[in-house]
Design a protein around this ligand. Structure first.
Ligand code: ADP
Length: 250
């Protein structure tokens, strides 16, 4: 689904991503692991259009998407989750979901033709969808709570929920488990597995928790010093001497 070829991202003289090449197969939940500073987040940001690459290529289903801006990638179903922005913290969880723009363009013109009734219908549909998403994620009781007041783990679920307001095809998740308690981490894991099985979402997940990776991920990619050190199942990765030296042994 995604092919990254010889990608470089330099900050001045520093090579954060330094010749990374990898393939993400459609329908997988791929784990991206590696020591801090390995370039994982920078790689995500380049793929998701937030940073221009210094060189290299990214394709999605054979089409060149290198350097496309986030909104164009969004229309193709490529999403990267983000922390709930400061300005949305005072809005309810339901409203946060309803803020996600529709993926297909043209809706706005439609609205101006059909006027307020149509908009009201759409708002009702959007609200129903948001409630469905909250229920799917088992946080329906938080619908009217302000997003700034829920726990860190619940925020992660809400971030995942935002990708469900549109029919995403591939979602990049950065450290879903950071600061999240076990129970919520399990809920997040279940939601990812269900979205993958029932809605054909492909996932790429940066995470340090190896139990979590083992539970939800098929392929695992280990990065170090800006490039891919090893790819395989978690067991293969764990047995890889380069990985042990660069990451797991430390
Ligand atoms: P990881 O996600 O694997 O921990 P990052 O991609 O966050 O790694 O960072 C890789 C390296 O690039 C780090 O050493 C980091 O300090 C550096 N880096 C990341 N973003 C910038 C930036 N905007 N300017 C300068 N250096 C950066």
């Amino acid at each position: 689904m995604i092919v990254v070829k010889n990608l470089h991202k330099h900050f001045g003289g520093f090579h954060a991503v330094d010749g990374a090449s990898l393939t993400i197969e459609k329908g997988t939940i791929t784990g991206l692991i590696g020591p801090n500073g390995a370039g994982k987040t920078t790689l995500f940001n380049v793929i998701a259009g937030l940073l221009p690459p210094t060189s290299g290529r990214v394709t999605m289903e054979g089409r060149d998407i290198t350097g496309l801006p986030p909104h164009e990638l969004f229309h193709r179903g490529l999403l990267r989750t983000f922390q709930i922005a400061h300005e949305f913290a005072s809005m309810s969880c339901r409203e946060n979901l309803m803020m996600v723009p529709p993926r297909q363009s043209g809706e706005t013109l439609w609205n101006t033709w059909f006027g307020r009734r149509r908009i009201a219908d759409e708002e009702r549909a959007l609200r129903a969808k948001a409630d469905e998403v909250l229920e799917f994620l088992t946080i329906e009781h938080l619908a009217d709570q302000r997003a700034g007041q829920i726990s860190g783990g619940q925020k992660k679920l809400l971030e995942l929920g935002r990708t469900m307001m549109v029919d995403a095809r591939i979602v990049f998740l950065d450290e879903v488990g950071a600061g999240v308690n076990r129970t919520l981490l399990n809920t997040i894991g279940e939601a990812i597995l269900r979205l993958n099985a029932e809605r054909d979402y492909t996932f790429v997940v940066i995470e340090h928790d190896m139990d979590f990776i083992g539970r939800i991920c098929g392929p695992v990619i280990c990065m170090a010093e800006g490039h891919v050190l090893a790819e395989g199942t978690l067991d293969e990765i764990r047995a890889n001497e380069d990985v042990i030296e660069a990451y797991l042994g430390t």
